[in-house]
Design a protein around this ligand. Structure first.
Ligand SMILES: CC(C)(COP(=O)(O)OP(=O)(O)OC[C@H]1O[C@@H](n2cnc3c(N)ncnc32)[C@H](O)[C@@H]1OP(=O)(O)O)[C@@H](O)C(=O)NCCC(=O)NCCS
Length: 338
């Protein structure tokens, strides 16, 4: 595709101290369509590749940006935070930023390059025109933690302590499958994730387990105050495949909401997976527990050899994505998916 240069605009790499410029451009571009506390935490976090992240300037003022993130797996990267200020030449400038960031990643031998973008035009088309293909969606679901949950089944739930750490590591990775297989790969594989769980359970708060006959059958992860005082992050509910559809997920949701309320949380947010044409069970569970969809994102993948990658990643239904390689879910200082 021919990329039009935009007159009087210069593009430079991100420099230390530019976090606020990024944040203001994103705020200007998306306003209430984006969850700003999350963006702030990500931009100031360790995964932003500063050299590959770009700022467009006109007459000394920043008018556009795009971020390149390093994923935990070596040579896997993701483009995010594409924004052009209102009133500027939005499409050519956005195209220019994506093209330059892509060239940077490719010239550094990126093996996987994905993109994550609010499902908003013209940004989605800018990525598609740059050769990225939609692979799945991500949705943000939020709860106003006002009502007490009613679910009172026979599933026992409790906060996990250090003694559960090894079991929790197994249950979490198995509980992610098959929906998050791509994410496990992206994070460097199951062992990487398990070692993080072993360190985190009993050290960081918010690991809630569900037990059947005293065996851990599922878990949920709550991060109180993660997005500010009283603003919790929910890192998801996970149930071992053989115990699904027996209301264990519902019991975990009730336990997580009760725990959040006990900790004086006013709201809770999760980012979760949605396939291109339907919602995954996790989203349905969250909506049925009182959550509401607050934002929708598209995840896209660029690859020069789609057949190679489609061999590695299958859909939850067992079928293969025809051209659906791995991609990236919002990462964080923690390893948790959502
Ligand atoms: C999401 C998950 C935790 C649900 O756990 P569960 O114990 O099966 O859930 P429940 O039996 O309590 O079901 C609650 C609701 O979820 C939805 N649901 C659960 N499984 C479903 C499925 N296979 N298809 C469609 N909806 C489903 C239903 O709406 C159900 O309500 P209903 O029973 O009134 O129809 C489980 O499917 C899982 O571990 N998935 C993989 C991990 C994951 O993706 N978690 C979300 C991460 S953000």
């Amino acid at each position: 595709m021919q990329i039009q240069e935009v007159s009087e605009v210069t593009v430079r790499s991100f420099r230390p101290g530019d976090e606020n410029i990024f944040f203001e451009l994103l705020r200007n571009s998306y306003e209430s369509l984006e969850y700003l506390p999350r963006l702030k935490a990500e931009i100031t976090g360790p995964s932003l590749n500063r050299e590959g992240s770009l700022i467009a300037e006109k007459n000394g003022s920043a008018i556009g940006c795009v971020g390149l993130r390093d994923l935990p797996r070596k040579k896997w990267h993701e483009l995010r935070y594409l924004a052009v200020k209102n009133g500027e030449s939005r499409i050519p400038l956005a195209q220019n930023l994506v093209s330059k960031a892509r060239h940077y990643a490719e010239s550094n031998h990126a093996e996987s390059l994905s993109a994550f973008v609010p499902a908003i035009q013209p940004y989605v088309d800018v990525y598609k025109n740059a050769g990225f293909e939609p692979v799945r969606r991500s949705i943000m679901i939020g709860w106003e933690l006002i009502e007490q949950p009613t679910e009172r089944g026979n599933v026992q739930t409790e906060e996990l302590s250090k003694e559960h750490a090894n079991e929790a590591a197994e249950v979490w990775v198995e509980g992610l499958r098959p929906y998050w297989d791509w994410w496990i790969e992206e994070q460097g594989g199951p062992e990487e994730l398990q070692s993080w769980v072993k360190e985190s359970v009993g050290t960081e708060p918010g690991w809630i387990g569900a037990f059947l006959d005293e065996k851990l059958a599922g878990l949920a992860i709550l991060r109180p105050d993660a997005y500010g005082s009283g603003e919790a992050r929910f890192n998801g509910a996970y149930v071992l495949p053989k115990f699904r559809e027996k209301r264990i997920g519902s019991a975990l949701m009730s336990a997580a909401i009760r725990e959040a309320q006990r900790l004086h949380q006013k709201r809770m947010k999760v980012y979760t997976l949605a396939l291109l044409d339907h919602l995954a069970p996790g989203s349905l569970l969250y909506l049925k527990s009182g959550g509401k969809i607050e934002a929708e994102y598209l995840q896209l993948q660029r690859t020069s050899d789609p057949t190679k990658i489609s061999m590695l990643f299958s859909t939850p239904g067992g079928g293969r994505f025809s051209r659906a390689p791995p991609f990236v879910e919002p990462a964080s200082s923690s390893r948790a998916v959502a």
